[in-house]
Ligand binder design. Structure first.
Ligand SMILES: [Cu+2]
Length: 258
């Protein structure tokens, strides 16, 4: 139970908060008014992209040996960090509106799981969402990120520099017992391994806030066209183009949108 005194303090702070809110909304009203004389064309709409990480349709339970790779090895998921970039909307006339640069996502860090911004997106019908998994040539340049957490994605200079597209790690039980796996994807010297993902998705934009979910269906990294057996996968695949290609091909089916 709250004492009368704390009650009073509560009411008082509510009152102050309400006053602050009022003054903020007044000043933002003013700002908006001065902008509306140029017609609707300059209006930016707010959008939010949520990133979800699912295993066989359910949110991932971390650090728990309840999953299986394509060969039936029991596995867990401990870490999934990656970049998606140039997230774009594809209009029915095929014109493309880019709504993000490079976005860093750590599936265990809630503050990285929503990307929101404002952008002038033309009204109309859209038929799809596309993005790059990882970073393309124009973005994958050493020194592009100076701060944590992105800087921790650095790819070693002797292997071409730039950044990992993804660090996906955990452990599994193979024939010889418990082992770790590390699915580190990136560019090996001059060989680019990023890929473009195009997902059909119809939406209509009419100056309304936009909200979409991009889901990573994690089990699909192990699925097809290249079934992955963690027990026979080398423990280091950062210099292994064969495995980079396998994951690149599997990755084409990993993402869905709702
Ligand atoms: Cu690595």
């Amino acid at each position: 139970m709250l004492s009368m005194k704390t009650h009073y303090i509560y009411i008082k702070s509510y009152f102050i908060a309400a006053l602050m809110f009022l003054s903020i909304s007044f000043s933002s009203c003013k700002k908006d008014d001065s902008k509306t004389n140029g017609g609707n064309n300059d209006e930016k709409i707010e959008y939010k992209i949520h990133f979800k990480h699912l295993f066989a349709g359910n949110p991932i339970v971390y650090d728990t040996m309840i999953y299986e790779d394509a060969a039936g090895n029991k596995m867990d998921v401990q870490k999934i960090r990656y970049f998606l970039s140039k997230i774009s909307l594809v209009a029915e006339d095929n014109s493309i509106t880019e709504i993000s640069d490079a976005v860093y996502i750590d599936s265990r860090e809630p503050e990285t799981l929503t990307f929101s911004s404002k952008k002038n997106i033309a009204n109309g019908k859209y038929k799809g969402v596309q993005f790059i998994f990882g970073l393309d040539e124009s973005m994958n340049i050493s020194g592009r990120f100076m701060n944590f957490p992105e800087v921790a994605m650095e790819w070693p200079e002797p292997m071409g520099g730039g950044y990992h597209y993804m660090q996906f790690e955990g452990s599994f039980t193979g024939k010889s017992g418990l082992k770790n796996y590390a699915i580190h994807l990136g560019r090996i010297n001059q060989t680019e391994n990023y890929f473009k993902v195009e997902i059909p998705y119809s939406l209509t934009i009419n100056k309304t806030p936009l909200e979409i979910n991009i889901n990573m269906n994690v089990e699909k990294w192990f699925d097809s066209p290249n079934p992955i057996d963690l027990d026979t996968m080398p423990s280091m695949i950062m210099m292994n183009q064969d495995y980079q290609t396998k994951f690149k091909q599997n990755g084409a089916h990993v993402f869905t949108i709702d």
